[in-house]
Design a protein around this ligand. Structure first.
Ligand SMILES: [Fe+2]
Length: 357
């Protein structure tokens, strides 16, 4: 294959329009992000990592996924993209600064590529040290507590609520549902330099999609920066699947956030807690008030560019290492109150797969 137009360093943010910014802000705080900026009816939320923001939403007439922001390490990469697509390099007027080009992928989803974003240092935090039967990592006499321990529980209106949220570190990946997986996979390879980690093969052996990672040579990167799957239901072709946000303090951070979201009792729990097979992350998925699914994840695999693509049969991408079976609505954007009906009328992939076992 010929060289790609550029090679992305990493994914940075998701961009949406939503009708109700206030309810989205409330959700994002519960989900474990912080407000970084707010201007011109646009909210910018961040994690504890260096990027200026990892989530952007503007007030709009519809609830819509707009696109994804990535970053590159050199202006030359922007120039290559601008030349190939016949577009200009713009200076961003948004608070994160930098220069960028804006293009669209084969489904019409916006891809913004930035150089020179204002990045900060990583915020200090403390990651719990775990003791296993065969290996102890915690200091003797150290009584480990997460957050304020049981003081995180308070009674509000007669109900026990767990106050501590997860702490989002950064956006780690996006999943998209595409009209034509072959075309999309090739586009992301050729345009952004993504490498295939796993080809997802259907029961008949045809490629249904792929997990792809950034090409950073010897530098280890996440197992996937994008997951592309073909739409099984045409109504969802060219739509947002989910956004995966890496957490700051590992497994306890994930479980704390789970019980926060659960006891807040306002949001739809889509799938989890479990551990993925492809990428190995522990995961927990929550639908936002606008029907978009955002994921908490932690403890994922890192690969360098030397690893060849794996061809993965359906069973191995449908079933987690452990956790609940995946529902039929997973990866499909829809309001929470439509989920039950959809699940009743559409078998999940794990149900379909039974016929092939
Ligand atoms: Fe994910």
């Amino acid at each position: 294959m010929s060289d790609p137009i550029c090679k992305i360093d990493d994914i940075v943010f998701l961009r949406f329009t939503v009708q109700d910014l206030e309810s989205q802000k409330e959700y994002l705080h519960h989900f474990g992000m912080r407000s970084a900026f707010e201007e011109n009816d646009t909210i910018y939320f961040k994690g504890t990592g260096p990027d200026p923001y990892c989530y952007i939403a503007s007030k709009g007439d519809e609830n819509k996924f707009v696109g994804t922001g990535y970053r590159v390490g050199s202006r030359k990469a922007l120039e290559s993209l601008a030349e190939s697509f016949g577009v200009e390099i713009f200076t961003s007027s948004e608070p994160g600064g930098g220069e960028y080009v804006s293009i669209t992928d084969p489904d019409g989803l916006v891809v913004e590529v930035y150089c020179g974003l204002n990045r900060s240092s990583i915020e200090a935090s403390s990651v719990p040290r775990l003791n296993a039967g065969v290996e102890k990592t915690r200091d003797t006499n150290d009584l480990q507590r997460f957050g304020k321990a049981s003081d995180e529980w308070v009674v509000e209106e007669g109900e026990w609520k767990y106050q501590l949220t997860s702490k989002v570190f950064r956006l780690g990946h996006i999943a998209i549902v595409t009209e034509n997986p072959e075309e999309s996979i090739a586009w992301y390879q050729n345009t952004l330099g993504f490498l295939i980690s796993d080809n997802l093969l259907g029961p008949d052996g045809a490629r249904l999609g792929a997990f792809m990672r950034a090409d950073q040579g010897d530098k280890p990167v996440d197992h996937h920066i994008i997951n592309i799957t073909g739409a099984m239901d045409d109504r969802f072709a060219g739509t947002f699947g989910h956004g995966g946000f890496e957490l700051t303090e590992s497994v306890d951070d994930l479980m704390a956030g789970h019980y926060h979201m659960k006891t807040v009792d306002k949001y739809f729990h889509e799938w989890g807690v479990g551990r993925h097979l492809l990428g190995s992350q522990m995961y927990d998925y929550w639908r936002d008030p606008n029907g978009f699914t955002l994921e908490h994840w932690t403890d994922g695999d890192l690969l360098d560019a030397s690893v060849a693509p794996e061809n993965v049969p359906a069973k191995n991408f449908v079933l987690a290492q452990y956790g609940p079976l995946v529902p039929s609505t997973f990866g499909l954007s829809m309001p929470s109150d439509e989920v039950s009906r959809y699940r009743e009328n559409n078998p999940s992939f794990t149900e379909i797969l039974k016929d092939f076992e």
